[in-house]
Design a protein. Structure first.
Lengths: 85, 503
């Protein structure tokens, strides 16, 4: 990911400040185009972040290791009926 | 019920106590009416008392007392007020139980203390179950309690109130401690039982609302002896997993005893210590636990907790889209204003005035046409530069490529923008073409051909506009439709207008 973007929340905040600056509208053309470019970059980053979380379920065991969750949990369909309490 | 009096009625095997029967009369005998009988009355039994007198050792008596008391009071229920409560390092609890008229010391051993849900405190009215024990070494008796419960309120309720009060006084429920949930969780930690309904509910909801959610589960027992400690350990463990930025801790519904672990101090403290925002989700809507007070957010149920975490994805996507749209709109507005300015620089606006004046003011023809060229050139260059810059910017933006990633709506909007930009560029080029044609038609040579002339200074660096720009004797150059004249000024008359050339 772009090293100039710290994380999702700062990206959103920067997007908001760009919108504000652009909407005030008294920037030179070159400046506003740069902001536009940055805005596109940020919104692209944000959308990517929304999608890039891995679809994954893991179980952290007693020894601190991450293992894939039992199939019963990972399955989309609720397999709980097969499990006792 | 038999009483302490019993032992004294209990004949000792050796008949040592035979005496009473006969001795008793002694007090009654106090009708001292008999006066100071100097010597023992001539009672028959007087004599034998001394030989038969049994002398206990302290140990013997104490042992007797002990066996009597412990046999007699091996299980009693006792009601009283706790005082002098002290929990020793050994884990044993020492206290005094009292009422208005008496008190008895009490002890509760560690194994029993551990099972107490509430914390014994001075002033509590309790009902204790236990046995009387005698500590021979000190000649003390006490009640050894197996169980103590608060009178009135249930033990659990009392325990709840006590923990709640203690943690509240430490500020653990302070609203200022509540942390906001992450806008977009990277990994969602879940602390609960793998076998319960809660985990299935949570996973199901997360999956439905945020299909690519990354979930890390730390399984733990959630009820029974030791569950609280286990939950606390699990919270510490999951808080340390890299990337986990929100934690759900909870379980499905159950009895108050089932949910009890979530009222225990260990769990509350673990939640408070969790490095990331934590949502409590215990039981049903109506179940309120201590964990709920400490958590950054309380969810009425495990499913609701999952919704709180990922309801945000929808919101966020919409928010980004709105921001992107506004950026796009603002930029398009900006470009539009640039377009307008460029258009204003176009031919029509630029030389309408020139051509008008040109027609009226013949004497400036040469100057004007020269100026016209200069201005036109400058402006064309300027516009070319602006256009070039704009084009470069647009190319750098590569609107289509970048916006392709942003999503449907944005993509459509940008395609439209790009199309419009291209269209305008074409229009601008067409206007430029027309301007050039118009410029051609205004060629100064053509004007000069009609008899106008341009008068320059001697070195031909400037066009003369007024008579006082030259003095008698100055050399001037005059450009005619065909050829040039090298002239000398004889006189300059600022006020007089030169007669019309065709006059």
């Amino acid at each position: 990911m772009d090293p100039t973007i710290k994380d999702f929340e700062t990206a959103i905040a920067e997007l908001e400040s760009i919108v504000k600056k652009l909407e005030e509208g008294d920037l030179p053309l070159e400046g506003s185009l740069q902001l536009y470019e940055r805005g596109v970059q940020l919104s692209r980053y944000c959308h990517a972040r929304l999608e890039d979380a891995e679809r994954r379920i893991e179980v952290l065991n007693e020894r601190g290791q991450l293992k894939p969750a039992p199939d019963a949990l990972s399955d989309d369909e609720d397999a709980g009926t097969a499990r006792g309490r | 019920m038999t009483t302490f009096g019993l032992p004294f009625d209990d004949p000792e095997p050796n008949g040592a106590r035979r005496a009473p029967e006969t001795a008793r009369p002694e007090p009654p005998g106090l009708p001292a009416s008999r006066g100071p009988a100097p010597q023992p009355e001539p009672d028959v039994d007087d004599e034998p008392i001394h030989p038969e007198r049994h002398i206990f050792t302290v140990s013997e008596l104490t042992a007797d007392i002990r066996s009597l008391l412990e046999a007699q009071f091996f299980e009693v229920w006792l009601q009283g007020e706790l005082s002098n409560c002290r929990l020793w390092n050994t884990g044993h609890l020492y206290f005094t139980l009292k009422d208005a008229g008496a008190q008895i010391r009490g002890v509760m051993f560690r194994s029993a203390v551990r099972l107490l849900k509430f914390k014994p405190q001075d002033g509590l009215h309790v009902i204790a179950r236990g046995r009387v024990g005698v500590y021979e070494a000190k000649g003390e008796y006490q009640i050894v309690c197996e169980h103590i419960e608060p009178e009135g309120l249930g033990a659990l309720q009392l325990a709840f109130d006590q923990v709640k009060q203690r943690l509240a006084s430490e500020g653990l429920f302070d609203p200022a401690r509540k942390r906001p949930l992450p806008v977009l969780p990277r990994k969602i930690g879940v602390v609960t039982s793998l076998d319960g309904a809660a985990i299935r509910d949570i996973v199901k909801v997360l999956r439905r609302r945020y299909a690519n959610a990354h979930i890390v589960i730390r399984p733990t027992r959630v009820q029974g002896e030791g569950a609280a400690a286990e939950i606390a350990r699990a919270l510490a463990a999951i808080g340390a997993v890299d990337g986990v930025d929100v934690v759900i801790v909870g379980r499905g519904g159950g009895s108050i005893e089932d949910l009890w672990a979530f009222n225990e101090e260990a769990v509350a403290r673990a939640i408070a210590a969790c490095p990331v925002p934590t949502i409590s989700a215990v039981g049903h809507e109506t179940d309120v636990t201590i964990a709920d007070f400490v958590a950054d957010l309380r969810a009425p149920t495990p499913s609701a907790a999952a919704e709180m975490v990922v309801a945000r994805k929808d919101e966020v996507a919409a928010r980004i889209d709105r921001l992107a749209q506004r950026i796009d709109a603002a930029t398009r507005g900006r470009l539009y204003r640039v377009e307008s300015r460029l258009r204003a620089l176009d031919a029509r606006g630029g030389y309408a005035g020139f051509s008008g004046r040109l027609a009226m003011r013949g004497r400036h023809v040469g100057e004007l046409s020269h100026e016209l060229r200069r201005v036109m050139h400058a402006r064309l260059m300027q516009r070319e530069r602006a256009s070039q810059a704009l084009r470069l910017s647009l190319e750098r933006l590569d609107l289509r490529r970048r916006l392709a990633d942003v999503g449907g709506r944005l993509r459509a909007a940008d395609a439209a923008l790009a199309a419009r930009m291209a269209q305008r560029r074409l229009a601008r080029q067409a206007r430029l073409g027309r301007a050039v044609a118009q410029l051609e038609s205004l060629s100064p040579l053509a004007v000069l051909g009609r008899g106008y002339a341009v008068c320059w200074n001697a070195d031909r660096t400037a066009v003369l506009h007024a008579a006082d720009e030259a003095r008698p004797g100055d050399r001037v150059q005059v450009t005619l439709g065909r050829g040039e004249l090298d002239c000398e000024v004889r006189a300059a008359s600022p006020d007089r207008r030169t007669p019309p050339p065709e006059g």
